[in-house]
Design a protein around this ligand. Sequence first.
Ligand SMILES: C[S@@+](CC[C@H](N)C(=O)[O-])C[C@H]1O[C@@H](n2cnc3c(N)ncnc32)[C@H](O)[C@@H]1O
Length: 321
Amino acid sequence: MNKTKIRHNKYSSLEVQGNSINEITKRRKFVSTKFNLDNKVTLFKGDCLKLLKTMPSGCTELVVTSPPYNLGKEYEAKTSLDIYLDLQEEVIKECHRILSPTGSICWQTGNYVENGEIVPLDTLLYPIFKTKLKMYLRNRIIWHFGHGLHASKRFSGRYETILWFTKSEEGYTFDLDSVRIPQKYPGKKHFKGPNKGKLSCNPKGKNPTDVWDIPNVKNNHIEKTIHPCQFPVGLVERLVLSMTNQGDLVFDPYIGVGTSAIAALNNGRRAAGAEVEKKYVEVAQARIKEAVDGALKTRPINKPIYQPDGTGASRRPDENC
Ligand SMILES: C[S@@+](CC[C@H](N)C(=O)[O-])C[C@H]1O[C@@H](n2cnc3c(N)ncnc32)[C@H](O)[C@@H]1O
């Protein structure tokens, strides 16, 4: 049997070299189904409220999620808006309880649609965070993407929002430098005044702003799984990197196919989350294993958006269509 070296680094993924029964056993244990503060990953199959009740107060630095929108998708039963909001409030209050004083909640939503009329869910959820929980809104991030349903009686929807709230007014975790993006004119210099000749922009890059242009995960996306509404990993990574430190716990109450856990693990954080649908839990387990093995393909967040070059399908046909 090969000699196996297993190196545990408190903050980084389990590193395994060689093959042995030991190795396989340890890898299996990498994902736990019951919450414990020492777990690298907790993936609970069931209702998020059940998992939340087992988690101690203040244990999480970041709650990041995209909840069901009450649209009657394959993974949710459509109910009245009042009942939906009551349920959301119960979960949000528990998320607030497990949040550390320096922590953040990022709640990503789109529109609830009833008889062709849209209701932006974040506007309905805002009072829960602000009025009931006295949290502080730092950004309402616009996530803009290129693909979706084609509307015929209104403009096609191409953005969703992320409400970023902190638990405390001051002293919250935020590292802008870790998520700066390339400057448009990195060589631009001051042309007059005391700084004449010096670079006029931050050499570390620029602030990514509160409008994020990131492709959503549709059929030809490298990260596509069986889930109809999964997060792109890069979107969560930007939140994880800027709002947590190495070793911190990232929690997603509606974890789907495990994207938030992958974004956390890829960056040396711990992860926990719940998912009611068995088939998504299974995909999440497989993706997490792939991520730990360094084999999961993801789209880098700063990769430029694809621009058609006028050939193939992007070439206008000779005849008008
Ligand atoms: C919008 S999807 C989230 C997808 C996720 N962001 C990803 O990247 O895979 C919402 C998920 O919540 C799950 N869900 C619905 N109610 C739940 C509950 N009470 N507890 C845990 N998960 C739930 C659904 O099955 C669905 O997969």
